[in-house]
Design a protein around this ligand. Structure first.
Ligand code: NAD
Length: 263
């Protein structure tokens, strides 16, 4: 992002009341977690069409595959550290009125960076939890992956022995209603909406920037590659989130010392 663009975004955040940050897999690639669609990514090893909620619920064979798919990326996610972009999001929360940090990510890196859990909306759930299909109890996912390491291909609930499902939202599974309702309310009531590291192609999450635009917000898109929603954004920057967001925070520091007109 050119210095003028980061400055403009910082002006915009500083001069407005409510800001929503919306993140996708691209904010975590600099932490070593690949996005799904890049060459060599996880879709080269697993067929996304098989990883549906309906398949998971249908039979044991599909549950084994689904757990193997999650097990494949678990250690990487468990050991990943927040990068400068996650830390910049955390710093923005101190600087201005961030009404929500909405993430499509399941890696827990915003939590690790210290984002306020009250404003963090994990639209697609989290790898850090496993839910029992029988009794509904939730468990830390470490226990489930320990079971897989010991040879059990579909982990069992320690309470009732029912099958566990990862706490992530599968393809074809409804998003958690309360989380989605809060995300929609935040999108239509913010003045600035910043999308970071998302191809903006996974729906219904990608409706959120559209809702924000329609409700009159200024939308900024920070992404390595172009997105289909670039043409409706007020500000677009193609580059690395881990470079651009810290730069925005630096400009914001500067703007708070020497205020200028907003965007
Ligand atoms: P996506 O894979 O569709 O798109 C990622 C986007 O990030 C790409 O357009 C790419 O250009 C951009 N990008 C990559 N590295 C970047 C960087 N350093 N800085 C800025 N941009 C960068 O991701 P999505 O839109 O989030 O949708 C994918 C779905 O897959 C989501 O539902 C998400 O839940 C899931 N997913 C999550 C993780 C994770 O939790 N880290 C990882 C992979 C996939």
């Amino acid at each position: 992002m050119s210095p003028s663009k980061t400055g403009k975004l910082a002006d915009c955040i500083a001069s407005q009341q409510k800001t929503v940050i919306f993140t996708g897999a691209g904010i975590s690639t600099e932490s070593g977690i690949p996005d799904f669609r890049s060459p060599g990514g996880i879709w080269d090893q697993f067929d996304p069409e098989e990883m549906t909620y309906q398949n998971f619920m249908a039979d044991e064979k599909n549950r084994r595959k689904y757990w193997a798919f999650h097990h494949q990326s678990w250690r990487n996610i468990r050991d990943a550290r927040p990068n400068p972009a996650h830390r910049a999001v955390r710093q923005l929360e101190d600087h201005c009125d961030i009404s929500a940090v909405i993430t499509q990510n399941i890696d827990g890196l915003h939590r690790k960076a210290g984002t306020d859990p009250e404003r963090l909306l994990e639209l697609h759930g989290t790898m850090w939890r496993a839910d029992c299909l029988s009794c509904g109890e939730t468990h830390p996912c470490e226990q489930a992956f320990d079971q897989i390491d010991s040879g059990i291909s579909v982990p069992r609930c320690p309470v009732c022995e029912g099958d566990l499902k990862p706490g992530t939202v599968a393809f074809g599974e409804p998003l958690p209603k309360n989380v989605m309702v809060r995300a929609q309310k935040a999108a239509v009531s913010c003045e600035v909406f910043i999308a970071v590291g998302s191809s903006l192609t996974v729906y219904p999450a990608a409706f959120l920037p559209e809702m924000a635009v329609n409700a009159g917000a200024n939308v900024a898109i920070i992404n390595r590659d172009p997105t289909p929603l670039d043409s409706m954004a007020h500000l677009v920057s193609h580059g690395k989130a881990g470079e651009i967001l810290p730069e925005v925070v630096r400009h914001l520091d500067e703007q708070q010392r020497h205020p200028r007109p907003g965007c």
